[in-house]
Write a new protein. Structure first.
Lengths: 324, 407
């Protein structure tokens, strides 16, 4: 490797370290000085970041483009909603059942999709996502159909926390997000994660090396579903209601955009992507009715200028984080 | 140095004096409707109705300036909530109005109650928002889905003389509640709903559904809106049903917002709603003329809904003398307001926070080259409970796909 490019690589690392530091400061200290509306937006970003990171395991690291990932998020949210309102279940039952239900549906769907790749994977996940959306829409006695379910207790009250309010909820969410991010980071750097990357690069070779690629893809799908469920549980408590729009195609494709915009196979990228999209949507629409146009331009510019996503900006290959 | 100090002190005092005169701050009204996505046109109409009214009063009420803050919720409930949070927590609005979809309405209700912000719902018509799941801080100036249909069911039996009806409607809460309401009163009279067909909201082709409709019924009741209403009307004629089986339906099927895009195939359709742009009263003529002059199109129920809702808001602000900071009094004033000169005719709120108002039976005619909803009958003072006892009514389950089943 030439000396110059090594220096450039070091510079890029610095650039990323700087952004990471700034991001950490904003996420940890920011809410102390912001008003409750901005805390709400930050909460949304953090929850959606968990979800986007979980999709990154599939899309970025395993190379499986899922267009139905919001479905598991939705199943978990609905489980919390139904248990906490209709059955008046306690906090831990609701949370654990939410995560379990989301993971179980991912485990069931994984059996169907884990053997297909590329565009077929995209289409089957899209179809399965629509099945769950249809269920939320039409299973009226349980889901309330189009009207959804409202009246979910706040997380603070339900868990019996001594503190309440947007700030408390934000820090709980941030803790959950940090925990999930740490787990996912360990996962993608483990031998298992490296195998996933190998499958993404060349599945035939991995198979000839003796890896059970089906099982790896299946587990990747289930794990991604499990983290998506955690995000779903938080989302249900954040909004206090659930509706079929949580699982629909728009939700799944917006999620897809978060990952691709931020930079797949980075985990930090999806966090940036989630932040960028939530802020663009909410800040811009306050100023202009043409905000969708601006959002579209941003996507196009991002794809032209940073085809590998913001976090991979600067000519970095998409192979994922440096092995340290 | 001394001079600088004096200037600073003067400024500080000026600020303090301005702060003390809080009531001269503008009254901030938060307004949420979909302005992008598939419901953007409806949202725009609702907003236009409000803008028209605010212009008429010069953005002033109760001696204070009015500042309107408009937000787009894309017709996604979670987004409706996010925008409401922005309006309440960041913009510190004094009251809110708006939204279109039932799901958005249900999503907002717990938040509005928790924040204790008075809110006016001009359009959201889900029955339970003013029935089994009432919200203290929400005042509805629109209607419940079943409200016009209760009246219409009886009218269809007694006056139109129909005995058997088949229904075809969009498969969601608005459809179920409308069809349910029609069926309950129509069958109470002795009529029979022989078949109920539900189509997905995203329906593009009505051929498979129209083929199922029995040809030997007295009438077909249809509930659609927007693009689906246009498509349905066209295909109903193409399949030879027009002229053979009478077409009746929900007010939205021939609402002026879609009527302007329809052709002769719509003529003769009879529907019921609390408003028609062709309603021949001085108040409505004034409203429709002003609406047409400003937006160059026929007023629709959506435009009228927020014009009337806005009158409620203004009347309440006047009643509290502009002191909107006292939210509890503002809410009381909203519930007690009796604005007059409404395009749709006299309206009063019942104790559940839903209007008691005239229901108009309308027939599509072509007048001066333009389609309109000619009012052929007025059913006065219809409540959301129709002629039923409210307590007993509320014990019945909400209308859904299975309630009431087809006979």
């Amino acid at each position: 490797m030439a000396k110059g490019s090594r220096r450039a690589s070091a510079l890029r690392t610095d650039w990323r370290a700087g952004v990471l530091g700034a991001l950490a400061i904003v996420l940890v200290v920011g809410p102390l000085v912001l008003d409750s509306y901005w805390i709400g937006l930050l909460t949304q970003i953090v929850i959606l970041a968990i979800l986007a990171m979980s999709l990154d395991i599939l899309l970025g690291y395993t190379g499986l483009p899922s267009l139905g990932h919001a479905a598991f998020f939705g199943v978990a949210a609905y489980a919390v909603a139904v248990l906490s309102t209709t059955y008046r279940a306690d906090f831990w039952t609701s949370v654990l059942a939410g995560v379990a239900m989301g993971t179980a549906s991912a485990a069931a769907f994984g059996l169907i999709v884990a053997h297909v790749r590329d565009v077929y994977f995209l289409m089957i996940t899209l179809a399965l996502g629509m099945v769950l959306w249809g269920l939320s829409y039409r299973w009226i006695p349980v889901t309330g159909g189009d009207n959804g379910i409202s009246g979910i207790p706040t997380l603070e009250a339900h868990a019996g926390l001594p503190v309440a309010g947007p700030l408390a909820f934000y820090y709980v969410t941030l803790l959950v997000c940090a925990g999930c991010a740490a787990l996912m980071r360990t996962l993608v750097r483990s031998p298992f994660g490296l195998t996933l990357r190998g499958i993404r690069e060349n599945e035939a070779r991995m198979r000839s090396l003796g890896f059970n690629t089906w099982l790896h893809c299946y587990l990747s799908f289930v794990i991604a579903g499990a983290f998506a469920s955690v995000a779903g549980v938080m989302w249900a408590y954040y909004n206090g209601f659930v509706s079929p729009t949580y699982l629909d195609l728009t939700a799944s494709s917006e999620l897809f955009l978060m990952v691709t915009l931020g930079g797949p196979a980075t985990l930090v990228g999806p966090l940036l992507g989630a932040g960028a999209i939530v802020l663009l949507k909410n800040v811009m629409s306050a100023y202009t009715a043409r905000w969708l146009l601006i959002l579209g331009i941003v996507y196009i510019v991002a794809i032209l200028a940073a085809p590998q996503g913001i976090w991979n900006l600067g000519g970095r290959r998409s192979a994922g984080p440096e092995r340290t | 140095m001394k001079r600088v100090l004096i200037v600073v002190l003067t400024l500080a005092m000026a600020v303090a004096v301005l702060r003390a005169q809080a009531p001269t701050d503008p009254i901030r009204i938060g307004f949420i409707v979909p302005l992008s996505g598939p419901f953007a046109q409806n949202g725009r109409d609702i907003l236009n109705g409000f803008l028209l009214l605010l212009d008429e009063v010069g953005y002033r009420a109760g001696g204070r300036q009015i500042q309107l803050i408009v937000e787009d919720d894309e017709a996604i409930p979670a987004q409706t909530l996010t925008k409401a949070r922005k309006l309440v927590e960041s913009d510190r609005v004094h009251l809110m109005a708006g939204t279109l979809l039932a799901s958005s309405g249900y999503a907002l209700a717990p938040y509005v109650d928790a924040q204790q912000i008075p809110m006016v719902f001009p359009v959201v018509s889900s029955d339970d928002l003013t029935q089994r799941r009432r919200s203290k801080w929400i005042v509805r100036t629109g209607w419940t889905s079943s409200q016009p249909n209760h009246a219409f069911g009886e009218y269809a039996y007694r006056t139109l003389g129909y005995r058997t009806v088949a229904t075809i409607a969009l498969d969601y809460a608005f459809g179920w509640e409308s069809v349910g309401g029609f069926q309950r009163t129509f069958e109470a009279e002795g009529g029979r709903i022989v078949q109920k067909t539900w189509t997905p909201i995203s329906v593009h082709d009505f051929a498979p559904y129209l083929a199922q409709i029995p040809r030997d019924v007295d009438a077909v009741y249809a509930l659609f809106l927007g693009r689906a209403a246009l498509q349905f009307m066209r295909q109903y004629a193409e399949y030879g049903l027009k002229g053979r089986v009478a077409l009746i339906g929900s007010g939205t099927t021939t609402d002026e917002a879609v009527l302007i895009s329809m052709g002769d195939e719509a003529i003769g359709t009879v529907t019921a709603l609390q408003y028609s742009a062709a309603l021949d009263t001085p108040d409505n003529r004034r409203f429709t003329t002003a609406f047409r002059r400003r937006y160059n199109k026929m007023a629709s129920y959506y435009g009228e809904s927020m014009y009337t809702g806005g009158k409620w808001v203004l009347a309440a602000i006047e009643a509290v003398g502009g002191r909107v900071e006292d939210r509890a009094r503002l809410l009381e004033a909203l519930r007690a307001a009796k604005p007059t000169g409404l395009p749709r005719g006299p309206v009063e709120l019942d104790e559940y926070g839903n209007p008691i108002q005239n229901i108009y039976v309308r027939r599509v005619d072509r007048v001066n080259g333009e389609l309109q909803n000619t009012v052929i009958a007025t059913i006065p003072r219809v409540s959301q409970f129709w002629k039923f006892n409210p307590t007993e009514y509320l014990r019945l389950p909400l209308y859904s796909r299975r309630v009431v089943p087809a006979s």
